[in-house]
Write a protein that binds this ligand. Structure first.
Ligand code: C5P
Length: 401
């Protein structure tokens, strides 16, 4: 169930798909959303503001420096009003503006001024879609926590065939409705998540680390917020934007991560997605090590096991671990579940190149501690954001159990 009327700010930019946005506004209204429309100059070459005014029931916003419009609902007020900024269709130009922080018209200014989630729905010629600059800019938007809705493939208005068609308005409206109807499975719970790699110093300029991107942990943080939880994200060195509503603590080494984690033994759920370095250098050199010999010996000592240390505390949260394995997945995962005294473990097969480390997709098998009497759960290959939602419901089921 969605509570209350939600405010959707639909932004229409210049492209032939702008005609579909008229139907999109209609469908969103059918779902019961309050819809306001912003149009760029380019959009107005395809469809008139009057069309959107009639469909949304509100005057259409077209200019940043229009004193009459600002006297009604000014751009900051509009940015605050929005509970979702849905840019459909999103042209290459607006994607580039968002990626680089330009604010030379109403829409680009609204993008910077809103705290609401932003979805962009690119629609363009297939060649423009695959241009390096477009893809580079979309990657920046994803890093900035913008949801990029993938275009459909097929015949385009220009006669080309390929990726770049705006998905159908019915589909988009349904996605928006589903987004606001997400069940609040973790309402009132405090969830603490470790994510990313740790970095262990060798000397003042060198360290050892691993390739963990942190994407799974960040996707889980976002999914937990959407499920109504308060989320603390303890992140190793990663280049990812903090999901909206998440309290983030940046750490470097395993020792730092443990120190921050132990501050939250009173939390309700602890999810360890971090790829913690197993070993650290015994004595970190105070000066840069010089390349004097042909070989260099460093002595390593074991790092603390963060999740196992947390699990040993007398009052402990519900403990979730992750395991990346290349063989005997079930045996190894269950071994870790028991040895680290976890409640649940999510395991992926990293011998497959298409999932796990660095990839956007994942696939997992979830095992629960015996006393939960829940059967193991197989999560088929899907974007990490969807896997994260499925993990949230697995955690919620176990908590209820
Ligand atoms: O033993 P392994 O590294 O495979 O265990 C994986 C699980 O244990 C993950 O949940 C990981 O975040 C956690 N872990 C930890 N501290 C360590 C090593 C692993 O919290 N030092």
């Amino acid at each position: 169930m969605r509570t209350g009327v939600k405010n959707i700010l639909v932004a229409v930019t210049g492209g032939i798909a702008a005609y579909k946005s008229a139907i999109l506004v209609r469908r969103l209204k059918d779902y019961g959303f309050d819809v306001r429309v912003v149009m760029t100059k380019g959009a107005q070459a395809f469809v008139t503001p009057l069309t959107f005014q009639a469909l949304s029931g509100h005057p259409v916003h077209t200019a940043l420096l229009d004193s009459e419009a600002e006297a009604g609902m000014g751009h900051i007020e509009l940015a605050k009003w929005a509970e979702l900024l849905l840019v459909a269709p999103a042209s290459c130009d607006v994607i580039a503006k968002f990626a680089h922080g330009l604010a030379d018209d109403l829409l680009s200014t609204l993008y910077l001024a809103t705290a609401a989630p932003v979805w962009v729905v690119p629609a363009m010629n297939q060649q423009m879609w695959s241009a390096h600059a477009t893809q580079r800019n979309l990657d920046i938007l994803r890093q900035d926590a913008v949801t990029v809705v993938m275009p459909d493939a097929g015949e385009q208005a220009c006669g080309d065939v390929g990726l770049g068609r705006m998905p159908e308005p019915e589909y988009l409206a349904k996605q928006v409705d589903a987004y606001f109807k997400q069940p609040q499975l973790l309402q009132g719970q405090h969830v603490v998540i470790t994510a990313g790699p740790t970095r262990e110093a060798i000397d003042p300029v060198r360290y050892i680390s691993n390739h963990s991107s942190g994407k799974m942990g960040f996707a889980l943080a976002e999914a937990c917020v959407k499920a109504g939880a308060r989320v603390t994200l303890i992140a190793g060195p990663v280049s990812l934007a903090t999901p909206k509503g998440v309290e983030r603590v940046d750490v470097v080494s395993a020792d730092d991560m443990l120190e921050q984690s132990l501050k939250h033994v009173n939390s309700d759920v602890f999810i360890a997605t971090a790829a913690v370095a197993d070993y650290k250098v015994e004595k970190v050199a105070s000066q840069k090590i010089k390349k004097t010999g042909d070989t260099l010996n460093l002595n390593f000592v074991k790092n603390p096991d963060i999740v196992a240390t947390m699990a040993k505390q007398s009052k402990r949260p519900f403990m979730v671990g992750f395991a990346a394995e290349t063989q005997n997945i079930e045996d190894y995962a269950n071994g870790k579940l028991v040895n680290k005294k976890l409640d649940m473990i999510a395991c992926n097969d990293v011998s497959r190149g298409d999932i796990g480390f660095g990839a956007d997709d994942n696939a997992m098998t979830v095992f629960f501690a015996q006393h939960y009497q829940l059967s193991k759960r197989i999560l088929e290959k899907a974007p990490k954001t969807q896997i994260a939602q499925q993990l949230v419901s697995a955690i919620a089921d176990a908590l209820r159990g």
